[in-house]
Design a protein around this ligand. Sequence first.
Ligand code: S3P
Length: 467
Amino acid sequence: MSSELHVRKAKRFGGEISVPGDKSISHRAVMLASLANGPCEITGFLPSEDCLATVAAMRALGVKIDVLEESAIGPQRLLVHGRGMALDAPSGEIDCGNSGTTMRLMAGVLAGQAFASRLVGDDSLSRRPMGRVVEPLTAMGCRISAAGAENCCPLEIRGGGLEGTRYELPVASAQVKSAILLAGLFASGKTTVVQPLTTRDHTERMLEFFQVKTLTRGNEITVYGGQKLESRDFTVPGDISSAAFWAVAAAAFPGCHLTITDVGLNPTRSGILHVLAQMGAHIADSVKTDGGGEARGNITVHGRGLKGIEIGGDIIPNIIDELPIMAVAAALAEGTTVIRDAAELRVKETDRIAAVATNLRAMGADVEESYDGMTIRGGKPLQGARVDSYGDHRIAMAFAVAGLFAEGETVVTDAGAIAVSYPGFEDDLKALQKAPAKGEMAATPVITTAPENFSKNGSEGQGNGGD
Ligand code: S3P
């Protein structure tokens, strides 16, 4: 993709689309398949820069990974020759690129390997906090240090000799939880992670799928060391975080009808649908299959305009990656939206609170930043503007969607960052603007399910938003 993305106000939007594979699940599939006791075929792999960094990391550790099928956006079917729990020492440093998931989860894997390794990342990743994995892995007996300033990478690891631990996460982070559980596979005895709030549970589900017993009691997850991963084939569902961009655009586009097929509907990730329904969206999901421990199905959205709400509390980790596009939704909604409890946004690929507020203001929206969120007084017409992605894929895509609703032209600079999670985004953006005119597509009945596992405290609205 060119590094500038030019977007004009959309005349039409909708149709049917499938989005590329889930980023979180693709990382984990490659990692767990690499540790399994035989070959595993991964279908629906996300060939984005982040996930390819995980493939390169595993190859650097001696894992043979064949590409079985190459699509227009890259390799989507892989054969990972799992080699059991012992990997080879790498011949050089391992470059995690922009990918926090690669760095933090690989730190957990490498903590279990009796050799020295060094994980490096790009400028953005080199500013992100790594103390959060260094501390628990050190408690398990790993020699690991963050060699950059202020507990940032490079991570220098000499693994092996781990002991199980019980660790209470200071922040709700699936990456840190996963790093500890992966290290726990190599540790003696039991390793328990206690999370302050429910975070995405793909690691636990995929460990179970690979025949590793885990025990989840509320927000405590335990794994016993010494278990072996049985090789299994795995199919990755579409990424709900990518689908979210189109769901918001459709929900805010009166008269539009959109179906997103075969997308992941894991309840620890699908809070976005509930929040959109609270904002008045006419939205439905239907779980079609439940393969590999992950629910998947279709999402349908009928556009009819949105209204402001309060977003905070337990649901935040569930929708953390969707908050930039939710902020755009809020600017397009009537009334005020308050986002709170989301300070983690400040340590993502960029400070997403500052980036979103700056860009929304440049487009004429009324936004106030707080340390852990923002207040958006929606309904002011958006104007096309030049906005920066700050090198952050989700900021770039959120503002491409904002451009569909703005007068004139919106230019997103440094939009090449989108390749981190959504190769093919620009083509999909164009295809969705060729939607059939209203009335050409049959409507589907609407029953919206709420995500199951977050408390109703502070985030519950008026239900499914159906008519
Ligand atoms: C991810 C967890 C989240 C999320 C990131 C992917 C994962 O990060 O923001 O995009 O795959 O585990 P944190 O664990 O830092 O919250």
